[in-house]
Write a protein that binds this ligand. Structure first.
Ligand code: FBP
Length: 590
């Protein structure tokens, strides 16, 4: 067994970065872990980081000082109650917990806690960990926090580091997940749970906090149920993370990171719109991250007033074809050109192709076909692959495939994930639509219907926003989520998601507590099997944010009513620094 212990002094305080455990005898793991330790010594900070480190997140009154956990009503899952109750006999139906200010400060025994960052990065993750750390220390200064490295894989492979005060201070109010790294290993097998338990026992960890999206929180609940069923003595608490904004429901107002990411994208969309309104010669096709749901595209549209924003959920509901979408955009281009405006912006959600019913059918047939004929397909010359596929597909799919631009047709046949599915996020929808709109306008020009100019620029915004320094909203929200997770641990809870609500009100009025994860679950078919999962929230067409967009979109299409939100402000008036997303404001007005 090897042990690494590094010491350094800062502000007169000795800091210890420790990584220990048998597992370090493996060379690769040792190197990865060392990389994390080394990083602590070479972190050069920007002027903003230095100032921002002093920011003290605003917190609900209930979490300041002694905290009392108050149990509410017992709960039921949102659907499939009987099935979910059977699958979670130990964690089903628990009450919602709300924290209130208490007059008596109880001394807590020291506790060791583990934390995992799971899935895609989202601004504010470090503040969840800082809030958790401070919450644990306020219970007992001898409590310890361990971070599992590079996501759930760190738990299974026993890669971890102790998160000391110095490390936490270095990362307060910063973006990214680089304090301990993140990963996409799915924590769902009993063997993984048992392997994880070995290291939890070894480090005397009594609670684990999993910071992740809907799937990671579902798995956190499965883990909580398992550990409870075997009497492992380890509590499991989840925290709602994802820039996609699709982990929300009656109990969870928003997932953290959505606020900051949308503000970063809106800033650059605004800049592009100003450029476009200055040069008046380009149409900008902008694809926005967000996986399936269109929340990010919708929020950015509400912030910036583009000429067109496609909402995937509407495309599906109206059974629109690719041709319908192309016509819709081309019509706006034509109308604006009639007013002399040969420029504009189009926002496209990342997951669009999966929501176009005809494309969905094409992708499904391609998945099946290529899974069965992969070897044969690979033998075909590249230049002949397109005609080969056209000849093999059913009539409807073959015609659609033949109508697609060459590049996109190739992406549909080449890029496949480990499950044999087309990776839709890699399909360059912005190029697909720009090219198809260009073709449609050329047809209209030939018919004498259109006389304008159409020059395009393409963009994809995603990674630019996932690690931005958290906005005040995310810095505050995340810190409170982490602090509330510590309070849930102190209250002996397991199978809960940390929750902070009423977040459009000033922070001292926020309501902190915990929601039993089973309450958010229903049964869904995943990989051919019915599984209990947290319901994913897509854009609701009857919801206030979509309605607000729909009410203004015709006006925005033709007028040039661009809004330029500018960069996130970290210092200055609250009206500029603390404003929540338009989505949240509209939803909370209900
Ligand atoms: P999570 O759902 O894990 O939060 O990830 C969000 C996301 O940024 C999606 O918007 C995007 O489709 C995906 O991650 C990209 O994945 P990767 O990080 O593997 O490139």
């Amino acid at each position: 067994m090897r042990t690494y212990t590094n010491k350094r002094c800062e502000k007169g305080r000795a800091l210890r970065y420790e990584v220990c455990g048998k597992i370090l005898s493996l060379r690769t793991q040792k190197q990865e872990t060392k990389r994390f330790i080394k990083k602590q010594y070479i972190m050069t900070k920007s002027a903003l980081q230095i100032e921002r480190a002093h920011y003290v997140p605003k917190m609900p009154t209930a979490l300041r000082g002694a905290v009392k956990a108050v149990d509410g009503e017992y709960t039921e899952s949102v659907a499939n109650q009987e099935e979910i109750k059977k699958l979670f006999p130990n964690t089903y139906g628990m009450p919602v917990v709300t924290f209130e200010k208490s007059n008596e400060k109880k001394a807590m025994p020291p506790i060791n806690v583990g934390v995992i960052l799971s899935g895609g990065q989202a601004p504010g993750g470090h503040n969840v960990i800082a809030g958790l750390f401070d919450g644990l220390k306020s219970g007992n200064k001898d409590s310890r926090l361990y971070g599992f490295i590079l996501g759930p894989g760190g738990l299974i492979e026993h890669k971890y580091m102790e998160l000391t005060a110095g490390i936490i201070d270095d990362y307060r109010n910063t973006g990214g997940f680089d304090m301990i790294g993140s990963g996409r290993t799915k924590l769902e097998q009993k063997e993984q749970f048992d392997k994880g338990l070995e290291i939890l026992k070894k480090l005397n960890i009594k609670a684990l906090v999993i910071i992740g999206g809907d799937d990671s929180n579902t798995n956190a609940c499965v883990l909580a149920e398992y550990y409870k069923s075997i009497g492992a003595g380890v509590q499991v608490i989840g925290c709602p993370k994802t820039i996609d904004g699709d982990l929300k429901n009656e109990q969870v107002e928003t997932s953290f990171g959505f606020d900051t990411a949308c503000k970063v994208y809106s800033e650059v969309i605004g800049n592009i719109q100003r450029d476009c309104n200055s040069a008046r010669k380009y149409w900008h096709f902008i694809k926005l991250m967000g996986r399936s749901a269109s929340h990010i595209a919708l929020e950015c549209a509400l912030q910036t007033h583009p000429n067109v924003c496609i909402i995937s959920e509407e495309v599906e509901a109206k059974n629109q074809t690719l041709d319908d979408i192309v016509n819709q955009i081309a019509t706006v281009v034509l109308k604006r050109s009639e007013a002399g405006n040969n420029f504009g912006t189009v926002l496209i959600p990342e997951g669009l192709v999966e929501f176009i019913p005809a494309m969905k059918r094409l992708i499904a047939e391609l998945n099946d076909f290529l899974a069965k004929h992969e070897t044969e397909f690979k033998m075909i010359k590249k230049s002949e692959q397109r005609s080969y596929i056209i000849a093999k597909l059913t009539k409807e799919n073959s015609e659609l495939y033949a109508s697609l631009p060459e590049g996109v047709a190739r992406q549909l046949t080449l890029e496949r994930d480990p499950h044999g599915n087309v990776q839709v996020s890699l399909i360059e929808t912005e190029k697909l639509l720009a090219e198809m709109v260009g073709n449609r306008l050329a047809e209209w020009k030939a018919e004498g219907k259109y006389t304008g100019k159409f020059a395009t620029q393409m963009h994809f915004f995603g990674y630019e926003g996932r690690c931005a320094a958290p906005s005040n909203y995310d810095a505050d929200y995340c810190y409170s989520l982490g602090y509330a997770a510590a309070c849930l641990i102190h209250a002996g809870k397991t199978g809960y998601m940390s929750s902070v609500r009423n977040t459009t009100a000033p922070a001292d009025k926020w309501i902190a507590g915990g929601i039993p994860v089973t309450m958010m679950m229903n049964m869904e078919r995943r990989h051919g099997e019915m599984k209990p999962v947290i319901q994913k929230a897509l854009v609701k067409l009857e919801g206030a944010p979509f309605k607000a967009y729909a009410a203004r979109r015709e006006e925005w299409a033709l007028s040039t009513d661009y809004v330029y939100p500018g960069p996130i402000q970290y210092f200055g008036p609250s009206s500029v620094c603390d404003e929540p997303t338009k989505t949240l404001q509209l939803e909370q007005q209900k």
